[in-house]
Design a protein around this ligand. Sequence first.
Ligand SMILES: [Zn+2]
Length: 100
Amino acid sequence: MYSGYLRVVEHCADCGLALASNDSADGPAVFLLFIIGGISLPLAFWITAVLDLPGWAFMAIACGLIVGMTLAMLPPAKALVLGLQYRHRPEDFETGDQVG
Ligand SMILES: [Zn+2]
């Protein structure tokens, strides 16, 4: 479905569905903002309470985890949003019959 990290291919290789014309915009990032934010804050409190880390070590761990989770979850989140768009507004997608 992707030709790069987050670049959606023009058309599905199997059915020809126009994928790139349906932009998910900021939808995946907003989902991840709430999901990762909801995970990170309790995790930060837990790390602070359990481990006696210096500030720089805490920041390094927190930034690494947050950036890592974001980069790992963006492609599946974007795929989910595209799937939901197709599920609820299939008329916005060109089918393989209309391609070419
Ligand atoms: Zn397809």
